[in-house]
Write a protein that binds this ligand. Structure first.
Ligand SMILES: NC(=O)c1ccc[n+]([C@@H]2O[C@H](COP(=O)([O-])OP(=O)(O)OC[C@H]3O[C@@H](n4cnc5c(N)ncnc54)[C@H](OP(=O)(O)O)[C@@H]3O)[C@@H](O)[C@H]2O)c1
Length: 284
């Protein structure tokens, strides 16, 4: 166990979330427990999973195997795209808790807004998540991949401001309009694919900063997110990288180094995943 202390961010509902976590997207279900155990062993106390990843069970197994108390680990999961209608969302949330083997999650998100499905009605889905918060089975609720127009509808048509918006963000897609809009309404930003799925490793600007500081490009990029106030959860199944990605709280980037990384933004050309306005995939 390392001595690294991971800072927390206070959410708009008063809950605290560790600013660094471990993401398990694309970790095959049979490998998830082992990778998550390695992360917990290294000192991570925040795991980001989703029903769509098919690996919630492995996350739950790892938490139980770690010997940590449930309350020592922050768990996020997300509603699968096929289940936005309220009754389906209720049933799938039960399934998420059963797969995790837990009586609550710390944070539950609508994974994608899917404005072309369900008559564009993600507000009813959001109101169903409000039920999970009210009954205590989701300590906090939020959204993922919501654009400004989607957030505006939630703010206008419901009583709960999302605690977070989990969006694609990294040096090639700053996504600052969405980030700034959310933060101006008290919505914390979670940056997914924070190291652009590994692409930052080959970036000459980031490599030069890493050399100056005696750090790796992944550490520099994760540190840049932290200094922007975002929450991050890099994914790795490589034990040395799992360890490396944690060590970002004992150095700082200067204003000039931050600006150099900001300058790598490519806008839409830098996006690695689908655009939320057109993402329509529903797993079969
Ligand atoms: N809400 C959403 O729609 C959404 C979408 C995508 C992702 N996410 C969340 O965000 C998390 C992270 O995103 P991501 O998995 O797409 O991408 P990422 O964390 O930016 O990158 C992961 C990739 O980088 C490699 N890597 C990790 N640490 C490294 C290091 N120190 N040096 C070199 N390479 C390194 C990993 O390889 P190895 O594993 O081989 O080490 C893997 O190929 C996901 O796991 C998930 O929790 C959410």
């Amino acid at each position: 166990m390392t001595a690294t202390t991971i800072p927390t961010i206070e959410l708009n509902d008063g809950a605290s979330i560790p600013q660094l976590g471990f993401g398990v997207f694309q970790i095959p279900p049979p490998e998830t427990a082992r990778a998550t155990e390695a992360a917990l062993e290294a000192g991570y106390r925040h795991i980001d999973t989703a029903e769509m990843y098919g690996n919630e069970r492995g996350v739950g197994e790892a938490v139980r195997a770690s010997g940590l108390d449930r309350d020592e680990v922050y768990i996020t999961s997300k509603l699968n795209n096929g289940f936005h209608e309220p009754d389906a969302a209720r049933r799938e949330f039960d399934r998420t808790l059963a797969a995790l083997g837990m009586d609550h999650v710390d944070l539950f998100l609508i994974h994608w807004p899917l404005p072309m499905h369900y008559g564009g009605d993600f507000v009813s889905t959001w109101k169903t998540l409000e039920e999970f918060k009210a009954d205590g089975r989701a300590r906090s609720i939020g959204v993922s991949n919501f654009e400004i127009a989607h957030l505006e509808r939630i703010l206008a048509e419901s009583d709960t401001v999302p605690a977070v918006n989990q969006i694609e963000a990294h040096p090639y897609l700053l996504n600052d309009r969405v980030r700034t809009f959310g933060e101006s309404h008290g919505i914390a930003t979670e940056a997914w694919s924070p190291i652009a799925k590994g692409q930052v490793m080959d970036d000459p600007v980031i490599a030069a900063i890493a050399d100056e500081l005696g750090r790796t490009p992944a550490q520099v990029t994760l540190r840049w997110h932290v200094q922007r106030g975002s929450i991050v959860f890099p994914k790795s199944t490589t034990p040395a990288r799992i360890e490396e990605n944690m060590h970002i709280f004992d150095f700082e980037l200067s204003a000039d180094q931050m600006a150099q990384i900001d300058g790598l933004d490519q806008g839409e050309a830098g996006r690695t995943g689908p655009h939320p306005d057109t993402m329509s995939w529903i797993p079969s």
